[in-house]
Design a protein around this ligand. Sequence first.
Ligand code: ZN
Length: 427
Amino acid sequence: MSGRISIFYGAVVNPQTLTSYDAHPRCLLAVGPSGNIEWMEGDVASHDLESTLAKYGCNNEELIELKEGEFLLPGFVDTHTLLDWLANVTFPMEAKFKDTFINAGTTTACYYATLHVEASKALADTVLDYGQRGFIGKCNMNHDCPSYYTEDSPEDSISNTRAILSYIRSLPAFMAKADPGLLIQTHISENPSEVAYTNELFPEAGSYAGIYDQFGLLREGTILAHAVHLTPGEVDLIQERGAGISHCPTSNFNLRSGIAPVGKFLDKGIKVGLGTDVSGGFSTSILGEIQHASMASKVLQFTADVAGSTNGVVKREGKFENKQLPIPTLLYLATLGGASLCKLEKHIGSFAPGKSFDALIVSPSGKRIGLWGSGEKVEPEESVEGVQRKDLEEWLERFLFCGDDRNIDRVYVQGRWIGGRSFAGRT
Ligand SMILES: [Zn+2]
């Protein structure tokens, strides 16, 4: 095989379902020249390494060995982030783009860009230059917005949208075969006053979700951000139409919007991903969303318990409703769940032959915050020989709850190393 194949040997955490992930302490994973995963072997002991490589016509030269404590994780998917503030100050911010979004481990992001075509194009160029996988949405607004931030007419809005679409589709990296069709990103039921006002504007639609539905906007590939105050009928409608929900707990806490009942959505079979909602949220890190989604689910759990202790009824019928979201579920939402909102779950979100290698190398050897081990810099062991699945589970939990971007050593998108803590010193 050509030298352009890269083979990783070490621990791999691989999300599978809402309730399970694979954890292989000694995995061999080969990435081909296209950036897709060519093959994977779940458990290869060191003494079988050479013979396994030989079986695939490979040798040690292509090998990248992870150290003890390090592991590969699929890159995070941010299903709702607002880049208005970035797009309006494009050039000074470009250098920060990598620090802010890529080094935090986000390999795919759905950007809510700006009203302006040129700024949206600039954002698409930036995402492309830095090698991130991104969806850029031009905003369309002609109602209840400041006069300097509105489009002259619906016709203008449509032609501007066509302009940005054809621009993005003409970019060299745009792959028609990977085009999942147009995604739609919008907000729904973030807070009670917004819900009341929206329903007042479109009384004939019957509900907030009904408004989108009557315009054909509620469908697969529609990403609905927030969804904190949906009625049971709206939840059913969203489920029937196959639209997905972007859970943005940091923003929802920060703006005191409320807590989206994610467990209820999951019980219904609605697709759910995580979103940072910068700048409603205050961090660009999906790790923060994982932590806050966990907190949010705990609040719903004890609130249901408290209510149950007074009225004797704890509403907890399904597998997830009003229960703490366990680690496999949180991991799924941040990876495969987000990928499914973007209709990319066959390409990204987990590791499998044929899928894109969008990955993070997580490492404890960066400057660490106190709760991760002793708080001192610890050199990892060279060998992964004695590592067990339970060790890997522990590393994952520490990373999700005590880690930050200092623990993201490398970030890959489509097999290309594009960021991470050690990117500056790459060879
Ligand atoms: Zn938002």
